[in-house]
Ligand binder design. Structure first.
Ligand code: ADP
Ligand code: MG
Length: 511
């Protein structure tokens, strides 16, 4: 098993624009937040990207015809025995290490008993009092500051099947059960109640998803249910030490809904408290249509899962050796990479953030920067112009028609003074269209920066002759007019003149 193998998963690039949009001001009223402080903890399920299920060799495959990827084990037939997938464990260990958790040398699977039509065995194999890993953290950017969000535990479990509710009229209301998903490996990542705003929760989940994608354990495609999140939230008076009573909000199937549900839930709890009531501990469902959360079950009706050690599986032992082996295969994590891009290459914070959104983007940048020389400028070209073109064409960077080496070449040409920034901006879309190197396009179209004094002199003479008034002004001390004259020369050269050289030559001629 190679954690750093070729990207098995295609990771769509997330445009930084939307990121900023959600990061904008909180929708929770300021007046509420001056008096109350929200406290949030997230429970996140991540489907591991193994080829087969956690306890059998049935394939994991999204969108297959219902009930085709099943066998006696994941159907829960009597007498069938689970066999733990080594790959699933290695993915889970990788995730735990990336989250700075202590991986327990000894952990145990447990049965979580409940009845549901999509759970044929009547219990889910999970981990309970002896989870795979504990006591980690994830560092997130809150404003300009870094903040550590504690990870209480990471444990492994199997996914249940899926119930599909169909029909509207009472007469044709059916629920279908598809057991393809049954037995898909999951990790549950439980955070400490360390987040203090919906934005922080949003950032945490974004970062978490990014880390999981980086290390290749999951695509984290929310639409396919590969990343699922339940949010625990309470409020307390600012300055209070004790946490308030929490509610757990389920059914948050997008980042946007997570943030909106939290905003609503915080306001609801504050309203309850302000009107003299008490928040009750309960599970609430977020309703996308109304934007509200509604009570589903209270503490009294909480399930008692009657956990007990899974008798069909031996305890899981993770040796130091195994741990190191998995660790040595992990790639550089996004937070580290971000810091490295800033400190090593002098890339701007924001650019570094965008460049590390996916592993592919970071790799692209590093390849381009090696050729381009000027890493800071290369970063700017990737984040700005190239990503703009990719977005418009709805492509991600791994299928960019502009090869990283070619983008690097473009930057090098600018550095060497053979291309102006303006010309480069014209050439890049052509590179995008044809996949050609910048030099090839320049050759064909006769595009080249003119720095040669003789060639420039001819154009400059024409401009001087055509603008006697401005020349007069310049000579009488209004040197600001030089900018205008440079502009005229640039225009006459169709943008090909080297502005610095023009500046120099003009001054010489007029001075
Ligand atoms: P439970 O026993 O109800 O499952 P846990 O202590 O296991 O509660 O925590 C479950 C999740 O709820 C964790 O993510 C934790 O961070 C979060 N949490 C716990 N207490 C609070 C609280 N008072 N407010 C908000 N979140 C909380
Ligand atoms: Mg719990």
């Amino acid at each position: 098993m190679i954690l750093t193998a070729d990207p098995v998963f295609r990771i769509a690039f997330q445009p930084p624009l939307s990121y900023n949009w959600y990061m904008s001001a909180s929708a929770v009223a300021e007046s509420i937040l001056t008096k109350y402080e929200p406290v949030i903890g997230l429970e996140v399920h991540v489907q591991l990207g193994t080829k087969t299920k956690i306890f059998c060799s049935s394939p994991v495959e999204f969108g297959a015809p219902p009930n085709t990827n099943v066998c006696p084990v994941c159907l829960g037939l009597p007498g069938a025995l689970p066999v733990l997938s080594r790959q699933a464990v290695e993915f889970a260990i990788g995730a735990a290490i990336a989250l700075h958790c202590k991986v327990n040398p000894f952990s145990r699977f447990a049965r979580k008993n409940y009845f549901y039509p999509d759970l044929p065995k009547g219990y889910q194999i999970s981990q309970y009092d002896q989870p795979l890993a504990e006591h980690g953290y994830l560092e997130v950017l809150v404003g300009q500051a870094k903040k550590r969000i504690g990870i209480a535990r990471v444990h492994m479990e199997e996914d249940a099947g899926k119930s599909l509710h169909d029909g509207f009229a009472d007469s044709d209301k059916y629920t279908y059960v598809d057991l393809n998903r049954s037995g898909t490996p999951l990790i549950e990542i439980v955070s400490e109640p360390d987040m203090r705003s919906p934005e922080e929760a949003y950032t945490y989940l974004t970062e978490l998803k990014q880390v999981m994608q980086y290390i290749g354990v999951s695509d984290c495609d929310m639409e396919k249910g590969q990343l699922r999140c339940d949010a625990n939230v309470s409020v307390r008076l600012r300055g209070a030490e004790k946490f308030g009573t929490k509610a757990e909000v389920k059914n948050l199937n997008s980042f946007r809904f997570l943030k909106m549900a939290l905003e609503h839930e915080i306001e609801r709890q504050v309203e309850v408290l302000e009107s003299g009531g008490k928040v009750v501990q309960e599970t609430r469902l977020y309703n996308v249509e109304t934007g509200r959360t509604v009570g589903m079950r209270s503490k009294e009706h909480a399930h008692d899962y009657r956990y007990f050690p899974e008798p069909d599986l031996v305890p899981l032992r993770v040796s130091e050796h195994w741990l190191h082996e998995v660790k040595s295969r992990l790639p550089e994590l996004p937070a580290h990479r971000r810091d490295r891009f800033v400190s090593l290459y002098g890339v701007r914070e924001y650019d570094a953030q965008v460049l590390t959104l996916t592993r592919e983007t970071g790799d692209y940048f590093e390849t381009a920067a090696k050729v381009g020389g000027d890493a800071r400028t290369t970063a700017h070209w990737v984040v700005g112009d190239l990503m703009g073109l990719l977005r418009a064409a709805n492509k991600d960077i791994s299928s960019s028609p502009v090869k990283a080496e070619h983008l690097g070449e473009l930057v090098a040409l600018i550095s060497k003074g053979e291309l102006s920034g303006k010309l480069a901006k014209e050439i890049l879309p052509k590179m995008f269209e044809t996949g050609e190197a910048p030099s090839a396009i320049m050759e064909r179209e006769g595009l080249k920066q003119i720095s040669n004094a003789d060639e420039l002199g001819a154009i400059i003479d024409v401009i001087i002759a055509a603008n006697p008034k401005q020349i007069e002004q310049f000579r009488s001390g209004k040197t600001a007019v030089l900018g205008f004259l440079v502009g005229q020369v640039m225009k006459a050269s169709r943008g090909q003149a080297n502005p610095a050289a023009v500046n120099e030559a003009l001054k010489n001629k007029l001075g």
